[in-house]
Design a protein around this ligand. Structure first.
Ligand code: ARG
Length: 391
């Protein structure tokens, strides 16, 4: 039996290598997908072999993650329950896709991942594998074994398996688009998240910073007039905005699996880009388009959160999103100061805004007659309804 394991290099998946090997008498092939997490991939590979992997792959998927997943997250203003930029959720279908590719190449009929039975990630992972490799058997060791963190550490020690030395007390998931932090004392939603939970958003400077973000067809292409590939642009923004302390999010989140959970995130670039993009959209669209876009944005975000990346509706939502975003080009100026971000101004390329029409000082003015007639007819529904209800 051959098993391909989605391997993060953390405690759970490292223990899983040996556990799978022994429980199923299997050959285990590990796949680590680089989606921008700040890890040492050589160390991860070494750990995989010491734990018992037969073969290991490291796949750099940063560019694909940015261009095929994050670009849509920006176009669709993806914020689950209005706050969470979906970093973890977005990367899961891509990781699953890479693991499936290796499984097919290696003729392996079984795929394994480290998710537990309480999280959303198992749903995202299982559903993506089912869509891409329906014949595959899926094993999630952490759903089967009854080990706590302590027993896992004990197991690792017993078997001589190395664990990541600077292992955090929190459960961390990280990629280009954000860092998710769960567990330990922050599971209690009334507790203020302690500083030691944060890594990307430590305030290194109190100086305000002004940035110009340029978009082309809804996708960010330059910062301060410097054109950059999307991966680079996100890395630069995470660094710059994060160093001011900007980018923290925490809320009591409604998970797919039926309960609420305290979730904490750091996502400086994601928030700067989504807030700026939303402003540019508002400056560009007709009011009807703007209202419609809010609905499809929320649908897209929910579907991604829920692990339904392969739900056919996604394509339809994206087609509509692309069609609207064709006109979302131009610049947005923002200021970041500590944990806050302000929009200072914008220069949309295709805006129906007209100074001549909007200004109080010049140009076009409706006549008194036009204004009166408009107001009378505009308010008629409300006034007539009110009238029949007055007793
Ligand atoms: N609540 C977030 C989500 O469902 C973050 C999950 C974090 N995952 C993790 N393995 N620590 O997308």
């Amino acid at each position: 039996m051959k098993i391909v394991l989605a391997y993060s290099g953390g405690l759970d998946t490292t223990v899983a290598i040996r556990w799978l090997k022994e429980t199923f008498n299997a050959n285990v092939i590990t796949v680590t997908v680089d989606v921008g997490q700040k890890d040492n991939f050589d160390d991860i590979e070494k750990r995989a072999y010491i734990a018992g992997a037969e073969k290991h792959y490291t796949i750099d998927a940063k560019k694909e993650f940015a261009e095929k997943f994050i670009a849509y997250a920006v176009k669709m203003n993806a914020l689950y329950e209005d706050v969470y930029p979906l970093a973890t959720a977005l990367a899961r279908p891509l990781i699953a896709q890479k693991v499936v590719e290796i499984a097919r190449k290696e003729n392996a009929d079984t795929i394994a991942h480290g998710s537990t039975s309480k999280g959303n990630d198992q749903v995202r992972f299982d559903l993506a594998v089912k869509a891409l490799y329906p014949e595959a058997r899926i094993i999630a060791p952490a759903r089967i074994w009854k080990m706590t963190r302590e027993t896992e550490l004990e197991y690792a020690k017993q078997k001589g398996i190395p664990v990541k030395s600077e292992s955090s007390k929190y459960s961390i998931d990280e990629n280009l688009w954000g860092r998710s932090i769960e567990g330990d004392i922050i599971s209690d939603p009334s507790v203020e998240v302690p500083e030691d939970a944060f890594e990307w958003t430590k305030r290194k400077s109190t100086e305000k910073i002004k940035l110009t973000v340029e978009f082309e067809r809804g996708v960010p292409v330059a910062i301060n007039n410097e054109k950059m590939e999307l991966v680079k642009l996100i890395q630069v923004l995470n660094e710059v905005a994060g160093s001011r302390g900007f980018g923290r999010v925490e809320h009591l989140e409604n998970r797919v699996v039926g309960f609420k959970s305290r979730e904490v995130y750091e996502a400086p670039a994601a928030l700067v880009l989504i807030y700026s993009h939303k402003d540019l959209e508002k400056s560009t669209y007709s009011p009807l388009e703007l209202r419609f876009k809010k609905i499809i944005d929320a649908q897209w975000s929910d579907l991604v959160y829920e692990g339904l990346w392969y739900e056919p509706l996604r394509e339809t939502l994206e087609l509509a999103g692309d069609n609207l975003n064709k006109w979302v080009s131009g610049e947005v100026q923002v200021e970041i100061e500590g944990s806050g971000m302000r929009i200072l101004g914008r220069k949309p390329k295709y805006s129906p805004f007209s100074d001549k029409i909007a200004s109080y000082n010049k140009g076009w003015y409706p006549t008194d007659e036009m204004a009166k007639g408009f107001i009378e007819i505009f308010g008629m529904h409300s006034l007539l309804t009110r009238e029949v209800r007055s007793e």
